[in-house]
Design a protein around this ligand. Structure first.
Ligand code: HEM
Length: 299
């Protein structure tokens, strides 16, 4: 039996730590495979979700066809950066101290082949709000629909149960947000903050108008598992969207930046992405270990 890493389908935890690694240079060519196998026997896919970047899949001599480079865009007002990484770990829990310790243990385990590039602490805010105050995740698919949106099927052993994830760190400009009237903010998102109801006559630039998943052909459903982050005085959202491919995310982002019709998502009025990466999240085996057979490794 092959299944998705359970942390993908579970609710967003109270606390999280995101670790991004690059490959260490000058190591033995077998080092990435050995370190990955060590990681696979250490994590369960629930408390720690694992995503492999394209460079890592190539480094172990393999290929996952849908795993390609993150799209970058330049618009008149906003740059959408692509910042590839070799390995992404999403540590999930409820205690930042425990997450820090777990992250240190895993970083040491990976150190023969990987260097930690970035660590970001995330958390759940209130009932699952973005730091703008708006509830995030309302239109997420759930149950079987979540599995259909986020998990690969009918692609064969090793791929079935896997998932593709887009990750972006967004930095909010709170002064900009404060300068907007409550109605401007509601129109920016396309929902009322007071009761989370969708505003039918919101402008076409409203975020939920740009990203209405049923309005795409084919429909562009993703499973979002985003969480706020804070570092010193900077804060924003770690946007995380799982899919059975990257197609839905790419279509959504394309429309947000106005590539389809020239209308830019009003979200950019108060926030911008600092990073953007794609990862492949391997499935787990019945034993609970990561299944790395799709890239030719024993888990
Ligand atoms: C800082 C960045 C972002 C913030 C603060 C944000 C916030 C929100 C909020 C408040 C909603 C409405 C409630 C809900 O259905 O979840 C929403 C909906 C949505 N967002 Fe975002 N979002 C961000 C970035 C993105 C990005 C980058 C994408 C995809 C490329 C995206 C895709 C969606 C989708 C698909 C929906 C549901 C639309 C629907 O079908 O009604 N969001 N977002």
């Amino acid at each position: 039996m092959h299944t998705a890493q359970a942390g993908i389908l579970a609710d967003v935890p109270a606390a999280a730590r995101y670790l991004l690694f690059r490959q260490r240079s000058g190591t033995d060519p077998s080092a990435p495979s050995t370190a990955l196998q060590a990681l696979a026997s250490e994590v369960d896919g629930h408390a720690t979700v694992v995503g492999l970047g394209r460079s890592l899949v190539l480094a172990v001599g393999s290929h996952i066809a849908p795993l390609h480079d993150f799209p970058s865009y330049s618009t008149a007002a906003t740059d959408i950066p692509a910042t590839p990484a070799a390995l992404w770990l999403w540590l999930r829990g409820d205690d930042h101290g425990e997450l820090l310790q777990r992250g240190r243990t895993l970083s040491q385990l990976l150190s023969p082949a990987f260097t930690l590039d970035q660590a970001i602490d995330g958390y759940r805010y209130d009932i699952g709000r973005d730091l703008s105050g708006y509830e995030d995740g309302t239109e997420n698919p759930s149950g079987d629909d979540a599995i259909t949106a986020a998990v690969v099927s009918d692609q064969g052993c090793g791929l079935d149960g896997s998932s593709f994830v887009a990750v972006q760190q967004w930095l909010h400009d709170f002064e900009q947000l404060d300068a907007m009237s409550p109605q401007q903010r509601d129109h920016c998102i396309g929902r009322r903050i007071s009761d989370n109801q969708e505003i039918d006559d919101a402008p076409a630039s409203a975020h939920v108008k740009r990203t209405a998943q049923e309005d795409f052909t084919p429909e562009a459903f993703v499973l979002r598992r985003s969480m706020p982050w804070t570092c010193g005085n900077d804060a924003g959202l770690i946007f995380v969207a799982f899919g059975h491919s990257f197609d839905s995310f790419a279509a959504l982002l394309r429309r947000m930046v106005g590539e389809d019709d020239g209308i830019r998502d009003a979200l950019f009025d108060f926030t911008r992405p600092l990073t953007g990466s794609y990862f492949w999240c391997p499935p787990v085996k019945a034993s609970g270990r990561l299944d790395l057979s799709a890239i030719g490794l024993q888990g």
